[in-house]
Design a protein around this ligand. Sequence first.
Ligand SMILES: N[C@@H](CCC(=O)N[C@@H](CS)C(=O)NCC(=O)O)C(=O)O
Length: 198
Amino acid sequence: MRLFSSSASPFAAKVRMAARHVGIPIETLAADTGAEPADLLAANPLGKIPALLLDDGDILFDSAVICDYLDRRSGHRLVPQDEAGWLQVKRLEAAADGVGDAAILSLYEVRYRPEDKRHQPWVDKQMRRAFRGLDFLEAHVGALGPEPTTAHFAIAGLLGWLNLRFEGQWEDGRPHLVAWLAGFADAFPAYEELKPRL
Ligand SMILES: N[C@@H](CCC(=O)N[C@@H](CS)C(=O)NCC(=O)O)C(=O)O
């Protein structure tokens, strides 16, 4: 299996960690989404990473669907199958993914738009969304158990990425998330190797 990926992506880090946890080997292929390379577009018509190319040529995206696939392949070691557990994990995974989606859009506004074309109210809206999502995670992360799930990997990927891109801007008022990440890194030593990095 090959994962179109980048070292900084929070979503790719989530998939890398989930695959490592369940012992499914994945070869990572660095993809420059800005260049829209043909092999990435063949694996994901949306041109985004992560995208997974299976050995039989089948393709999968996005990170939530790839993690669901890893969950199925691993005999459900990533998502609890009881309804309450499933709801909790999928809700927190979606919240973490949504925070990442919003914060990335605000970064892209700065990265890809000429200064005179930037629309600050739109950036502000994305950041309000991201911070509300972080507050939601702050309120609920303590209820996650010790056994790693897709929610753990989504939150850890997200916070690792925020430490790269928004250091000093997300931690205040969110002590549970800060402590949770430190605890996760202790409990899942591969985090240090697999977390987002520049
Ligand atoms: N919600 C998606 C988000 C994927 C995503 O936005 N990936 C970014 C990199 S972190 C990307 O491919 N950006 C390129 C683009 O939007 O053109 C997921 O969970 O996989």
